[in-house]
Design a binder for this molecule. Structure first.
Ligand code: MG
Length: 312
């Protein structure tokens, strides 16, 4: 006999039952945002930082006492964040139109702002590979209007995915052919790169899917790029991959969990559209979810993959 999961979970494939706990439910940790995005977990400090983009601030949730405070405001309308191999915050800035890093002393370093002499549109989401390279998407959301940045024309005239070399000295385009590239994450062995395209916001019948690229032996070049998953509810924005290769993605009705074979296993139901997720907590088995006005969290029988969000 199987003990049913609680109402926070929707099982679509029986494999999902092993990833969730029957007595666990989704907890709301914070609210009051206009568009919550970009969660990043700082293991040593036991806190989570995320963006509230239209309010031009970053917030911080403290695991030690559950308090929420303003981490930074103004905040360059930052969107996605991650933590690099040295534990530093790496941020996508809409208003700065760049990827920046917050150093250990608190100062800001711009890592990439131009390619071929042209400014990026508005970097959206970012991931650090185990070799120290930084990969980010560059859709136009932060320059489309003054709501989430400063309205401007695209200088590049395209919306692509880029890679900053481990030594920080060069930036190259690694993938194109998107309408609006968005969230991105590697498989646990980094042989695959997943990239969301939320182009349905800008084109009738535009993409609302995640593509999967094969990473070449050089660790840089990408091939294939077939559609891995298509959203039937809202858009896939940001996502993470767990240590077993399951992909946990934001969607219109919460978080959808996919197996590496592309099967939709189940959902974490939320009352708001989700925008991004990340694993955190001492065992990296707690999924933090930025969903419109709120920050939610839920414990899973799964652990985050990739560094530095993996203790692996
Ligand atoms: Mg995004």
């Amino acid at each position: 006999m199987t003990i049913e999961l609680g109402p926070s979970f929707e099982v679509i494939d029986p494999r999902f039952r092993r990833l969730a706990f029957p007595n666990v439910h989704v907890e709301k940790l914070a609210d009051g945002c206009r568009w919550a995005e970009g969660p990043a977990w700082f293991a040593a400090g036991r806190y989570l930082v995320w963006s509230d983009i239209p309010n031009d601030r970053m917030l911080r949730w403290d695991e030690t006492d559950g308090s929420v405070s303003v981490f930074r405001q103004p905040a360059m309308n930052t969107n996605g964040h991650t933590v690099d191999l040295q534990g530093r915050l790496v941020s996508c800035e809409h208003r700065g139109r760049c990827v920046s890093r917050t150093e250990h002393d608190g100062s800001r370093t711009v890592l990439a702002s131009h390619i071929d002499g042209k400014r990026f549109n508005s970097p959206n989401d970012v991931v650090v590979k185990s070799d120290g390279s930084i990969w980010f998407s560059d859709p136009s959301y932060g320059i489309d209007s003054d709501y989430e940045g400063d309205a401007a024309e695209s200088e590049i005239g395209d919306r692509c995915v880029y890679r900053i070399a481990p030594d920080g000295r060069s930036v190259v385009r690694v993938a194109d052919g998107f309408v609006q590239p968005n969230g991105l994450a590697f498989s646990p062995d980094e042989s695959l790169l997943y990239v969301a395209d939320t182009g349905a916001t800008h084109r009738v019948d535009g993409p609302r899917h995640i593509r999967r690229f094969r990473v070449g032996a050089d660790g840089v070049s990408l091939s294939d790029g077939e559609v891995f998953a298509e959203s039937a509810c809202g858009l896939f924005d940001g996502f993470r991959v767990d240590a077993q290769g399951h992909l946990w993605t934001s969607a219109g009705d919460g978080v959808h969990c996919y197996a590496a074979d592309g099967a939709l296993l189940g959902k974490i139901r939320l009352p708001e559209a989700a925008a991004n997720v990340c694993f955190g907590g001492a065992k990296l088995n707690r999924l933090f979810i930025c969903a419109t006005t709120s920050l939610y969290a839920v414990y899973l029988n799964a652990r985050g993959a990739g560094r530095p969000e993996s203790a692996g």
